[in-house]
Design a protein around this ligand. Structure first.
Ligand code: ATP
Length: 238
């Protein structure tokens, strides 16, 4: 069953065309990774899906409802959470306060403590640092907090923008394991934007390769991992 359907999406910044007639769909319960080099347009797509920017053309249907034109908070309320590049957490607030802010669009009002416990079980490191200011957390812990905060809204679909950015290899592995767990054990559909294409494809069901605003490949992740051309262009030698 299709969870998110994107049809002929185009995004312009003034005269610059960042995304040109991009179409793809995501099945419920899948992890789909959007890969591509710097400036390919990955972040722009996520920002358009969550209502942060208005595309110049196209149609986006989420859970059977057209969502283009809706405000970010309305989109969040119907079950889409976005963890932006750079994480977007409040550095001068505590872990606890950041989590509470994540509930503003919670569709399960009154279940704050239960949701918080459920989420802290996924991120034991945050539980230990509950009263600490977010600005004093390590980069990996901040990424965990950003994801935990998004999960407080009880999303059906999570848009993750470069969660591995700036993290040490061990922390990257941990973040990727959590993404997989969210999907496998909690049924969250995930659209994952990553520079780290190899690791992203290893946990994804499908991959989409974007090049200067257009899709150049879209296939099961295992096929993309096996493709020579793709390995040379995007996956490095590993
Ligand atoms: P990266 O991996 O480097 O984050 P990306 O694939 O996420 O790149 P985008 O950030 O979506 O790419 O940018 C796509 C294109 O749109 C780039 O050429 C960028 O310079 C341009 N762009 C993005 N935001 C704006 C903006 N607010 N105003 C003008 N141009 C923009």
């Amino acid at each position: 069953m299709i969870h998110l359907d994107v049809e002929n999406l185009s995004i312009h910044y003034g005269a610059i065309c960042a995304i040109r007639q991009v179409s793809f769909s995501i099945k419920r319960g899948h992890i789909v990774t959007l890969i591509g080099s710097n400036g390919a347009g990955k972040t722009s797509i996520l920002r358009a899906l969550s209502g942060l920017i208005q595309p110049s053309a196209g149609k986006v249907v989420f859970d059977g409802k057209p969502i283009l034109g809706l405000k970010t908070h309305q989109i969040a309320r119907i079950g889409m959470s976005h963890v932006p590049e750079g994480r977007g957490i409040f550095l001068n607030l505590t872990v606890a306060d950041n989590l509470e802010l994540g509930t503003w669009s919670n569709r399960r009002k009154g279940l704050f403590t239960e949701d918080q416990q459920r989420i802290l079980a996924l991120f034991p490191r945050l539980k230990e640092r509950f009263s600490q200011n977010a600005g004093t957390l390590s980069g990996g812990e901040q990424q965990m907090l950003a994801m935990a905060r998004a999960l407080m809204a009880y999303p059906d679909i999570l848009l993750l923008d470069e969660p591995s950015l700036g993290l040490a290899p061990q922390m990257i592995a941990k973040i990727f394991r959590i993404i997989q767990q969210l999907n496998a054990e909690h049924g969250v559909t995930i659209l994952l934007v990553e520079q780290n294409a190899l690791q992203a494809l290893r946990i994804a069901h499908r991959g989409i390769v974007l090049e200067t605003g257009s899709i150049v490949a879209e296939a099961p992740a295992s096929e993309l991992l096996a493709s020579d051309l793709l390995r040379q262009s995007y996956l490095g030698s590993s």
